[in-house]
Design a protein around this ligand. Sequence first.
Ligand SMILES: [Zn+2]
Ligand SMILES: [Zn+2]
Length: 653
Amino acid sequence: MKVPILLPNIFNYPFTYQSDSNLKVGEYVLVPFGKTKMIGVVWNHFEKNNQKNFHIKKILKKLKVKRLNENTIKFLNWFSQYNLIPKGMSLKLHLLSNEAVEEMSDKEYESYKLIKKTNNFELSEEQEKSLDELKIKNKEFRVHVLQGTTGSGKTIVYFNSIKNKIDKGYQGLILLPEIGLTSEFEKKFIDFFGFAPAIWHSGITKKKKKIIWAGLNNGKIKVVIGARSALFLPFNKLGIIIVDEEHDQSYKQDEGVIYNARDMAISRASFENIPIDLVSAVPSIETYENIKKKKYSFSRIIKRYKNAQLPEHQIIDLNKYKLNNQSWISSKTIEKVKYHLENGDQVLFFINRRGFSPYVFCKNCLKVYSCPHCSINLVYHKNKKKLLCHYCGFASNLKRKCDRNISGSCKFTFSGPGVEKISEEVKKFFPNHKSLIFSSDTMNKKSSSNDLQKIINNEVKILIGTQLISKGYHFPNLNCIVVLDIDLSSLGHDLRGAEKNLQLYHQLSGRAGRAGKPAIVYFQTYNLKSDTISRLTNSDPFIFLENELQLRKKNNLPPFERFISLILTSKNEKKLENESYRLKRHLVKNLNGKILGPINAPIYKIRKNFRNRLLIRSKKTHKIQEPLALVLKKFEFSSGMKLTVDVDPISFN
Ligand SMILES: [Zn+2]
Ligand SMILES: [Zn+2]
């Protein structure tokens, strides 16, 4: 018989092979491809309009793996169409580095073995009520939003709802933003369930990946906690999906195959016909709109765990308490912080900038340090004694021959603070208190669990942190947060700037006062007139979201219109310019939608590649992806030109 086999490569259709035995859709097979062999899957359709009459090759063997279920195949087909990604590339997300994993020995799954534990986690009245609401209609597809104040115990509620499913023999998937995959979360899980979850992210070993892939395929692993890509794993009997911190921007994969894992999780749930729960303290605008339209059901936990109060907010007026030269902490702030430290509280200085200084230039020649491969300034990291590009990783020493000063090297000035600079200042003002920098440079290491413990034990008294700290950590003694420069003016090229700020400051505030002691968040600012701070810190985020949604509606922005970004990149600037206009003309002629641009992308050069952007705007009901795919197929790109399609873009860099 002839069978269509999809291979994990750049083709958008399956190839036809010959098989001696009867093969079912979803079977994993080994086939010859060119001069190599590849693993593919028996697909649910043949290539359309295939008139080529070439020699049909034979399938080499069928693999001993449970076949891929048809719902997942349908999901992968849809995923390709929606995101304009070749079907083969979608399959590649599912097949681990191009392989399907045949049986592994049982002892590999030992720690994941299901233990039926009865636990004595007591739920509050609100938690109980939310859990009941989660259980309504949870036998089929529906989207439920669990919104709860930070520190209100949302996790325990959805753990209960997963337990419910796995007790009935189903598997569960919990998606977390990569950054939330901490050992702390894993511990919480084991405490509750009595067995280990499979943890899935880009950093785990190849061996681990194989075990998890096979364990899900054969049903021996029950729960996966994973980042984005966990969505493509071969679940044998998936019964529920949870997307925790559903608003988090890191659900958007924005390099390589571009997709939004939250949205794709919803459609996977829909294809599998299973319930999905979106969890957040401050839902995204899209989710909020769907709650309003009653497309999603919704429950809410307002009270914090053990009735802890939300922190109070105070503004420190920098017009009154002036900052000294090269200083970023006001005298008033120091006074307040001293009070908290004497009270035994832990203090956090928040500044969302890694390194020492984001802007380094020479006093004599005025030349700024910028990346030779990207159009962006280099950030000075004093601890590493290096200037780093946060985009491409380029590193350089702080040494340069000066154009204006013949006698030698540049005289550097460091402008603007990063966490390292603040840390120096903190040490100067509070020399008797142990302090620690909390950023991706210091905390994403093996040794950081030790530091984490010291923070939890209140041995470290002062933290200087970037937004990494806003994600899900529980520090019982943290009762004072100082926001050093609340950056509201420069929302930049980002239509989600306001929404992002809301989520950030809510989550940040949520780190304080978790153990019941009164807590305060201080905002140092020059801008007192703006009511933004009070709107940002209002305990009911829906007021802000409603406002923002009305603004979007007025301006025909998503979620009211569909945006698709086309990013053209090339090493040749001139060629890129011409090609961008040629593509624009082609689109205008053939596509029914508004085409904006081309413009130089705000970060015009990344990794030596110049970048231009076109933006397509269309009605949501229009399903523009399909015609767009056809139109793009007809366009012949010149050599050295790369096109990236970003459906529902979040960042406009
Ligand atoms: Zn760079
Ligand atoms: Zn110089």
